[in-house]
Design a protein around this ligand. Sequence first.
Ligand code: ZN
Length: 166
Amino acid sequence: MADENVYVLDSSAIFLRKVHGNAVTVPEVVEEIVDEDSRFYLSIKMEEGGLRVESSREEFVLEINEVAKRTGDIHRLSKTDLNVLAKALEIKRRGKKAVIVTDDYSIQNMASVLDIDVEAVVQKGISRVVKWVKVCRGCGRRIDSDICPVCGGEAMLKKVKPKKKV
Ligand SMILES: [Zn+2]
């Protein structure tokens, strides 16, 4: 199945070489990329066609500004951050799934208010996204004990992802 998500990057995703999938960023992020290695990485990703640079539209920037005032994040968000959020909101309004790739707490907070998904750049949030559960080796039921009460099979640990919000 194709990955339909559109990944909206802030500069940390580029500094840490985390560009993947169908990715987009805003010119303000590109301006923050000044070191030669990162610029080279950026140009390769753009040539490969995996990364586009698109300006955010003013109507969405204004809307993000209003939300940020309500949440109080307005004081912690840079102009670049606001543009990244505006781009993600625009993608969401176009009916696609936007995922902001960032470690910035205020961007993450805004994203949750706007119901936009976030992917951490440094995987410190991994315990939030992956959970371990016990399942029965015999019948595959999810169980709490080490021995399955239904078939007597042994428990094993299985990784699960939480249900996605749509
Ligand atoms: Zn069982």
